[in-house]
Design a protein around this ligand. Structure first.
Ligand code: ADP
Length: 496
């Protein structure tokens, strides 16, 4: 009987289920949008029940689409938007508040009041204190529901990131667990000792009794008994971690960059965690059996979003894909640099106050140059993250694996390779997040024998190798570095 591995990918705005075959082909997909809720400026929430309904829907639909049933499912792997915090009642299994989504800023005051613990939080969790992570969101929910703290301390409430919530529901309340990757994004988990950290719990005043058990990423999470058929959940991993695995970044130095709205880069750093001095996050890549692998993570706030701005703000293109056509109408940007710091700059600059700036414009500058400079800026920013990672990890790197919407742009991919002077590889299956969750599940069940079995099937649809002269690339980078410096120095709002 042909069997498939089912991946469930619960993202910020949608939930997907994908069936993968032994070759790693996605043979059936189902998707449901899950609306975000915006109760106040800067707040982003989600209905946990709508998330659960979407999971039930996509599981049913993906099976129907493939004309199959649970009897043909080997195992299930879960991957999810990270950090989003959900609290529910033990007795009823019902949420006590909306899920507070990773992007939400509603706990910013809590984080500011804990600034004195910045160093200790970094030393233990590998993270930089910020409302992104779950801890301050848990605190916020407990402070905003009736008798929150009291009920949590009495053991009446349960906290979970989205994976834990889905697993709890799929196992009909039998499994209350998360995996090390999701735990490592809560800001309550000690990534060195691999356990909930008493001191971090004290800082955020979160009772330990409301936290799930922490398991390996490839592990038995119990039978998904909501759907008859005795199918077990054999994997759980945060989306970026699953993507790193789906890209086959199994060795230290293997790195991937996702070019979406923003860009997320992760580098496998092997079995030892590296604490960054330049604002990279240290995180657990995955745990398989007893082996824990760590990663460094960096992000670019504005990646593909700058192309959306060309479309919706400047209105010089109608579709994101047109950017390539215009960018390649000119030989180069002719000295135009665009620093798209719409909301500040992330790794390695960490400057919230800097804003977008354009440099080097002449009478000869056309929209083609500006479009080209915008695409080039995505590559330059990626290089800035990459350089810090390389330096801090002290590992030589020979390629960068890529996914995300903007990788459809061949000009961008070639320019990225030119600027990094490195091979850029785009896999055949771009659903790397779901694929990673499937691989982790299939490794546990024995569907795939080992990572060599997986590697032997991994294919690339495109590889980009440097075509630009090293000296030319270096000169362009010098211009970019200067542009960033000037953008950072331009802060008229401060002088008010
Ligand atoms: P997310 O998951 O963050 O929503 P996606 O991976 O779906 O992002 O990618 C969407 C982003 O990719 C958008 O910001 C869009 O502007 C950009 N994008 C899509 N196609 C292209 C293209 N051909 N060239 C450049 N950017 C593109």
């Amino acid at each position: 009987m042909t069997k498939f591995v089912m991946a469930i990918d619960q993202g910020t705005t949608s939930t997907r289920a994908i069936l993968f075959d032994y070759e790693g082909n996605a043979i059936s997909t189902a998707q449901r949008e899950v609306p975000n809720i915006f109760p106040n400026e800067g707040w982003v929430e989600i209905s946990p029940l709508k998330v659960w309904i979407s999971v039930v829907d996509v599981i049913n639909e993906v099976l129907i689409n493939a004309n199959t049933d649970m009897a043909h499912i080997d195992s299930i792997g879960i991957t999810n938007q990270r950090e989003t915090a959900i609290i529910w009642e033990k007795e009823t299994g019902l949420p006590v508040y909306n899920g507070v989504v990773w992007q939400s800023r509603q706990s910013v005051d809590i984080c500011e009041s804990l600034e004195e613990y910045r160093e200790i939080i970094h030393q233990k969790s590998g993270l930089l204190i910020n409302p992104y992570f779950s801890a301050s969101k848990i605190r916020w929910i407990l402070d905003h529901i009736p008798n929150g703290q009291e009920r949590a301390e009495a053991g009446e409430l349960m906290f979970g990131t989205v994976d834990t919530w889905i697993i709890y529901k799929l196992t009909q309340g039998r499994t209350f667990a998360t995996d090390v990757t999701n735990a490592s994004r809560t800001m309550l988990f000690n990534i060195f000792e691999l356990k909930w950290d008493d001191e971090l719990l004290r800082i955020f005043n979160v009772p330990k009794c409301m936290l799930p058990e922490v398991k390996a990423s490839s592990d038995d999470y119990g039978e998904a008994s909501y759907f008859p058929g005795n199918v077990h959940i054999f994997a759980d991993a945060g989306d970026q971690h699953a993507s790193l695995f789906g890209h086959n970044c199994f060795n230290a130095g293997d790195s991937k960059n996702t070019y979406g709205t923003g860009c997320f880069m992760l580098m496998n750093t092997g079995t030892k965690p590296i604490l960054s001095k330049n604002g990279l996050l240290t995180t657990i890549a995955w745990k398989i059996k007893d082996q824990v692998v760590y990663a460094l993570e960096g992000s670019v706030f504005v990646g593909g979003a700058s192309i959306q701005w060309l479309r919706d703000g400047l209105q010089v293109i109608e579709k994101a894909s047109e950017s390539e056509k215009y960018a390649t109408k000119v030989e180069d940007s002719e000295g135009v640099y665009f620093v798209p710091a719409f909301v500040g700059l992330g790794t390695p600059y960490w400057d919230d106050d800097v804003r977008g700036s354009m440099f080097g414009i002449t009478r000869a500058t056309t929209k083609n140059h500006i479009i080209r400079a915008t695409l080039e800026a995505i590559a330059y920013q990626t290089r800035d993250v990459f350089e810090v990672m390389k330096k801090e990890a002290g590992i030589e790197i020979n390629s960068l694996r890529v996914d995300g919407g903007a990788t459809q742009n061949n000009f961008l991919m070639q320019f990225q390779s030119d600027i990094l002077q490195l091979e850029v590889k785009k896999p055949k299956c771009l659903e790397t997040t779901a694929l990673g969750a499937a691989y982790l599940a299939g490794l546990y069940s024995g569907y795939w024998k080992d990572t060599w079995d997986i590697r032997s099937k991994h294919q690339y649809q495109a590889k980009f190798n440097p075509k630009m002269d090293k000296e030319v690339a270096a000169k362009k980078l010098k211009g970019w570095d200067l542009a960033v410096k000037c953008a950072i120095n331009f802060k008229p709002r401060r002088e008010k």
